[in-house]
Design a protein around this ligand. Structure first.
Ligand SMILES: Nc1ncnc2c1ncn2[C@@H]1O[C@H](COP(=O)(O)OP(=O)(O)OP(=O)(O)O)[C@@H](O)[C@H]1O
Ligand SMILES: [Mg+2]
Length: 371
């Protein structure tokens, strides 16, 4: 069996489990204790505790009614649910192995039925499209689940930065329509690109990237529990390499600890930087060799699973390009493109789009030279 990921094993389950984020946690704790429910946006970079805090807050506020009155939806997962997948009815789903169907599949099946019925009411006979499904997924929970004893219910929309402008408008209407009974918690890395009408209806709770000493404190606690020997320099190196991303810091500690007696700074260096550089080398090679889709998948993994920052990926791509035997004109053009994309990433809210454009340009510029 695969060993459990420490970042999951040690994810905060109660207020006291959080390390750092003192302002956010004390603010949320007070709100939960006074049963003050409001719409909120948890805003901050990756791995700072936003999703965990959304669960802990909702559990603390809802108490016994948590199971009935809480729903978690990840907007990126919702967007990846195809109409064909959502169309499967419960009977079809029940024939699948438990490992082949998720709670979301079952929810989306109900969502599909509602969206289709809604279209029929409006005189349309066609299928709901993906954005109608997404809208209905949010509306369905807000509108139907029973609320006990005048408690509100909570809908967490995790990674809500994946909502486009139209979906944000629809969300604003849904928030207003069900404001008596349903509260929303949205998580997003930044407020850039957010509809101001949505933001003004929410309490914004900030989750800033913690300082290295806070990350070190968390790492030391986990190392003690896991009986991992790690020297001071190594703790410092992991914290530095993780740039305030707690998830990444914990994962890196776990990777470093595998198969060594004692974690040193050198082990950290080997396990961290090299892995990103290796993956980026593979990603650039894929697009240079014409496998754009595979290169893009790898980039998606680096962003979404390994939690590398888009700016770090840009810098690693730049280093990789400098090491390739390209003619100077092509190298110059690609470097200019990297600078352009890096600037755009700081201005925009979906780095995936811009890094994809960068990979497409690298593929194009290098193939023009080799054709
Ligand atoms: N403040 C914290 N205290 C203790 N552990 C933390 C904290 N923040 C993050 N972690 C660790 O990092 C993991 C990821 O946290 P979480 O999923 O809440 O981050 P997030 O802010 O939602 O990140 P993302 O923006 O990538 O979704 C947790 O499971 C936990 O192990
Ligand atoms: Mg999260």
């Amino acid at each position: 069996m695969e060993p459990a990921l420490w970042s999951i094993k040690y994810s905060p389950q109660a207020w006291d489990d959080f390390v750092g984020q003192d302002d956010a946690i004390s603010q949320l704790r007070k709100l939960a204790e006074s049963k003050t429910g409001q719409n909120m946006i948890f805003c901050g970079p990756a791995g700072t505790g936003k999703s965990c805090a959304a669960f802990v807050f909702s559990r603390a506020l809802l108490g016994d009614t948590f199971t009935a009155n809480f729903k978690y939806l990840n907007v990126r997962d919702l967007r990846e649910t195809t109409v064909a997948k959502a169309k499967r009815d419960l009977q079809t789903l029940s024939k699948l192995e438990r490992s082949e169907r998720t709670e979301l599949d079952e929810y989306m099946s109900a969502v599909y039925k509602e969206a289709k019925a809604d279209l029929a009411l409006k005189g349309h006979t066609g299928e709901p499209n993906k954005s109608q499904l997404l809208h209905e997924a949010i509306r369905l929970f807000a509108s139907t689940i029973t609320v006990s004893d005048e408690m509100v219910k909570y809908l967490v929309l995790d990674e809500a930065d994946a909502l486009d402008r139209n979906m944000q408008q629809a969300l604003r209407r849904t928030m207003e329509m069900y404001s008596d009974a349903c509260r929303f918690i949205l998580t997003t890395p930044s407020l850039a690109g957010w509809n101001t009408a949505v933001v003004s209806r929410c309490l914004v709770v900030r989750f800033p990237a913690p300082q290295d000493d806070v990350v070190e404190k968390l790492l030391r606690t986990i190392a003690t529990k896991e009986r991992v020997k790690c020297d001071d320099k190594a703790f410092r190196a992991i914290a530095r390499e993780s740039s305030g991303d707690m998830r990444r810091a914990i994962n890196l500690l776990q990777v470093c600890a595998a198969g060594v007696q004692s974690v040193t700074e050198d082990v950290v260096y080997e396990c961290s930087e090299n892995q990103l550089n290796k993956d980026v080398r593979e990603m650039v090679s894929l697009v240079v060799n014409g496998s754009f889709a595979q290169g893009r998948d790898l980039m998606k993994r680096l962003l979404a699973v390994d939690s590398y920052g888009p700016d770090e990926i840009c810098i690693a791509v730049q280093a990789d390009i400098m090491n390739r035997p390209l003619d100077s004109l092509t190298t110059d053009r690609i470097l200019q493109r990297i600078a352009d994309i890096e600037y755009r990433i700081t201005q925009a809210k979906n780095p995936f789009v811009h890094l994809s454009a960068l990979l497409a340009s690298i593929g194009e510029m290098t193939s023009a030279k080799t054709a």
